[in-house]
Design a protein around this ligand. Sequence first.
Ligand code: SF4
Length: 396
Amino acid sequence: MRTPGLFEDWRATQVELLESCEGLDVELDAIRNRLNIGGRISAADGIALLQHPDIHAVMKLAEACKQARFGSDVHFNVNLHVNQTNICVLACRFCAFRRGLRSEDAYALDVEGYISSILPYAEFIDEVHSVGGLHPEWDVDHYRSLFSATRERFPHISIKALTAVEIRHLANLSSLSIRDTLSRLKEAGLGSIPGGGAEILADSVREIICKGKESSQEYLDIHRTAHELDIPSNCTMLFGTVENVEDRINHLIKLRELQDETSGFQCFVPYPFLPDSSRLPEAQLASGNEILRMIAVSRLMLDNIPHIKAYRMNIGDSLTELAIRCGADDIDGTVIQESIMHLAGSNASLRHGIDDLCRLIERSGCSAVKRDTTYSRFERVASPQTNIPRTLATVR
Ligand code: SF4
């Protein structure tokens, strides 16, 4: 079955475009050949790409793979982030967002508060993205009430909510299996789940940066169960803490293997650790160069995950403009409000409407395409020749 949004003959086009990449050394030429033959490269290739001195050549290969699938199209959606609570029973060392129950600036939106947060934007958005802390009292029934009220009030809005660790937390509080938890949430209106919480899928690193969070295997199992229940999900990677290059590549391999089984991941979102207000002084941090390279290598390694997102909320607009020329085909949507990355030091603009997002995409020589949450409907946003507002046309 064809994945919506992908050009039908992209594999043949990829061979053509990769062949046209000039000036590769012997090592990159061998990787290009492996991409051409099977479309899949090894963990050793991934490590070589992360360490290769010629970042431009690596970015060129990734851009060829992206162009083969989507041409110059770059996707975005019209969404709103609502973080339902910052109260959390865990205290991950990289997290600047969580608060203790008695903290002065702790908050927890009740159902009415949550609905009120959406209301001013409801007419314009088609997705609400909600993740938050692990509230000590909110179980599955609380989230069922939240989602069913949202669905009833705003039937056109798709609910993308709850990371794997939140799902595990609800399951534990409710004495339910992960499968039963997800089934009940889906029944109440949950449409898809975001990829947050993957951090690095290496338990030795998780022990240092997020002790008490779900294990690597639990993260993969929760997403597998969601896929089995026809709940699509995204996957992420937080890099630039204390991991090494092998950890980063093994992370990609684990996601690729699960995707071989389920095809349930829609999008991969790699983003760097931001240090403000966190408790991880030993973090190596990631340079702009490394961020772009990680996006490029993700495109080259993850041949079976169609979309690679440049997480604008984390890396900012300037790097996003470069990222969509080295493998990323997707950027954050309108978002409107965001706390998790901004408390950690992001200064990405929250004032982007459709026009701003289109301009950002067009500045990089790409074409803006509005998508829905599940990447199943795509509308090209026509460039305005005059002052006439932009128009949408269904493209795929
Ligand atoms: S990352 Fe999530 S689970 Fe960890 S402390 Fe922050 S809110 Fe809690």
